[in-house]
Ligand binder design. Sequence first.
Ligand code: ATP
Length: 641
Amino acid sequence: MSGIRASAGVPAGVGRGAMRPLDADAQRRANAEAPRIPHLLARIGELFRPHRGALVLTVALVLVSAGLSVLPPLLTKLAFDDGLFPPGGPNVRVLLVLVGAMVGLWALSAALGVWQTYLTATVGNRVMGELRLRLFAHLERMELAFFTRTKTGVIQSRLQNDVGGVASVLSNTVSSVIGNTVTVLAALVSMLVLSWQLTVVAVVLLPVLVLAQRRVGQVRARIATRTQESLSEMSAITQESLSVSGILLAKSFGRQQAELARYAGENRNQIALQVRQTMSGQWFFALVNVFLSVVPAVVYLVAAALILRHVPVTAGTIVAFTTVQARLMFPLLGLLRVALDLQTSGALFARIFEYLDLVPAIADRPGAREVSRELLGRVEFDRVSFRYPDAPPTAPPTLDSVSFTVEPGQYVAFVGPSGAGKTTISYLLPRLYDVADGRVLFAGDDVRDLQQVSLVRHIGLVTQETYLFHASIADNLRYARPDASDAELEAAARAAHIHDTIARFPDGYDTVVGERGYRLSGGEKQRVAIARVLLADPAVLVLDEATSALDTISERVVQAALDAAATGRTTIAIAHRLSTIVGADRIHVVSEGRIVESGTHAELLAADGVYARLWEQQTGVAATPRGRSHPKGGAAGLVRP
Ligand code: ATP
């Protein structure tokens, strides 16, 4: 909807089907196969590509730190064997040099660590920000049908919770994986240099840990997916219940307790999942801790056995070996933790990529053109048939071979029973949906051959439900044309018969309209919406039941605003009240998805068909064969030459 010069916000169809199970769309159209880990890693790697420079620097820093970390244990061995216990007694000078070297090394490592953290935090957060932006931009390109199918809260949750969920992993993973791998390798090298026999004892049980980690990771990934689904559901409930419309509905039906119960149920589910998520790794880490604590003790036993067999093992070797081993513990734990986190965040990445992989059903064709100026304002439907994507296949088509033409500047109305397909006709023109069969032509071109932005720039849609942002009236009007001057705002508001009302508000055009415009009356909102369309100055105006909810006086004001808006442009009006369209150049009567009658008001009355019956029902006046009937109340309506 973003590009439509519109007072359109939530079209009438939106919301239908919103209670369907989550993300049917995503499941149906996203990559069919479940994302495999290498594929996923490649895609995650792709996200980091623009930050290669910072990453290379990070890797260099990590390598230097890791390289430096090999030295202290070796210095420890020297401190013991050559400083503290050399054959001739302690050598203080050697000891001082060695201790000084150790302090210097640790200080340098600490400084490098801070720099490295800065780099990874920057890269991680930038990558996450870019991902969030890509997802937002992609969702904006999705067709209207996607939004009628998916709960708003669920979409919000993917943008916030899922992207947020991978944030920490993104910023920690790079340095953690590289740093810890190098430290572990360096520690292993130091251990091998010190004693290969003791090293074998120290690492013999590591494969068990890796296997255990894989199992725990799978469980955690499953729980993470369920946790995110539950979070989505909670966002959806919040969005539905605590929005202005939601709370209005709940209060008017006294359903607050039921809403609370719905939220409480999901909240309980969320608590249980979070506890499971936290606990699923605990046994594993406890096992790792026991393993890492027990191995040094085993080393003493093995060392004793080696000494008894006259293998040369010095006290310095044993102290240095156990020091390295203790230092192996944290990087090893870190690596196992990252592996777990990656598996967990893999589930979140899969959810994000699932949305990114959705193919917008309606997009510009390669080589799509701008709207031609020559026939600007001409609209033609050529044997158009259409069925909503979610409609059951057995249901009859929503529109069935609908054909009509509106010449530039004409006023054409559509009337007919509720559910006949009138609003659907208005959706096909700005390509909110694409036809199943036939063609919709705008300015002589099939709308599918036109650039959508160029197309919607010329179409102003005033929908059944008016959508205003929680912002000032001026900001709402400028949505249509951000560069409009104050004088232009006022001119549009005057034409839409709303200026005087706005001027009476203490803050005038700076009055904040409240969430979705709830601080304005229905008629006021509609007139602000009409002013907004006037400011956009489209060639074609589509008015969908704009006056249906108003009393007679408000209706007259809004109708006057609409008449002003229609002047000088092509207008397609969808109307329930026939009194508002008696002066239309042409009236099409729609029934069950087909145009069943067409003509002027007089011609249709004379035809004595569906229109004449509708007229009789609404006015109580019998339609005469010559069409001389007049509305009972003499309602204001568009009367054009
Ligand atoms: P009204 O005068 O009550 O606004 P209408 O003539 O404008 O009715 P449409 O809104 O065009 O009717 O709806 C035509 C048919 O399409 C109806 O049967 C409706 O239930 C169905 N429909 C509308 N929107 C959707 C949707 N998003 N998904 C599936 N079916 C839909």
